[in-house]
Design a protein. Sequence first.
Length: 489
Amino acid sequence: MNRVAAATLAAVVIALVTALPSAAQAGTCGGFFQYDADGYTWDFSSPYDYGMGVIDEGGSSGPGGTPPGPRSGGGDTYDEWGMLFVGGENAAHAYVQNKNDVCFDEDEGRERVFPKLTVDGLEVQRKVYVSPTGLPGARILNLIHNPSGAPRTTQVQVGNSTDDDVGLFFPGSLGSDDDTRVRFSSDGDAEITAADTWAVTSDHGSAPASTNGDFAMAHVFDGAGAADRVDLAALTEDNLTYRWQNVTIPPGGTVAYLSYEVQQGVADANGDAEDAAAKNAALAYQAKPLAHIYAGMTDAEIAAVRNWPRPAPTAAIALARAAVDRLPVALTAADSIASPVAGSCSGVAYSWDLGDGASADGPEVSHRFSAGAHEVALTVTNSCGESATSRRTIAVRDVTAPTARLRAPRTARVPRISMRVRSSEAGAASVRLRIGRRTVARANVRLGAGAAKRVRLRANRPGRARVLVTVTDLAGNPVELSRGIRLRR
């Protein structure tokens, strides 16, 4: 039952503001707002008696309505539920203001934007979005901004834990009243706790074929795999509460917490069937259809969300051609994806760690590597603050000849001739001594990188000769050296 039924003047005001059907109007905070994709009604309570952006009654259009709903009625699914508290659960921490002309619509009339109010020194705002396609339900987005120059730690709570009034405002509850029961929850039991990410409630009895008076409801308060989870989730009679505690907001920063409320009914109001439909809706949200979850939100709003996974990029490294040490290696991030959600989080930055102490930015990089294996890392960060890193080992083929040096005397006495060969890379040297067209001596030696090696040759007759040296590195790249020498006795 709606608690305002007992009020006199307040009841008249609310009845006028929330009368159905009426069109969503810019500048109005209460009343009918939108139908979702399955024909369920989403409306808001008058801010003269309730918090900003609380759900009034809910309900559905009938099968012949536009859009068609499962059954007419269900207009007591909510009793002004969903008051927002920041910093504590009392009047000083409630998102409330008794003005009805401070709201407007975004996203072609599909998102009702409630005013920015100062709560506990923080700037607080609620937005509620109802999609015309995809999954049914309403998205409740709560934005908390820290305008100060120091970090702030607070708590964010949706719903109230008691029936106590919040100053001049009624706290609201679920419309199923004392008949409210938990039917399903994400951890598999029939209880709402902080271990859950969603739960289903309804009001039917336990007898077979019992029917619901109000629609079954799915309450989806966290997304699977999110960075932050509720610290409290509870149902006391018809008071549903979930809360995120120890929320630290950096100076000038904003955090956002979003949740989904879903109504589900069937033609004959069968309780078990409606409960199952609500469970399936909750599971559909947990499957992370991010294009639906974040529909109509800006990148800045998505980046602020803590309790749902955000659209993440994909990092991929590609080579334009085979890598060799003689030429710069061209690397590209062209196969990377900024976001799986078209039109969201599509701004992107690229950061490269080239594995040899060098770094670079941008979607394409040209870098000359030494021969060998190098692990390259690419980090892609999208405009919603999510990052992904890919690593790839680049095998750089050695095609560059070593730098070599021959030290030999210009005049030497036979029969023993001595010289030194040095190479910048490990490998081998083939040394020949020629007089005219005839090779009169030869030697093969192994070389270490940067180390000189003494080579000794024997010749039996004097004359003009030439030393010919071929230095080859371990990859088979050769360099030729030669030196004229006069042999005498």
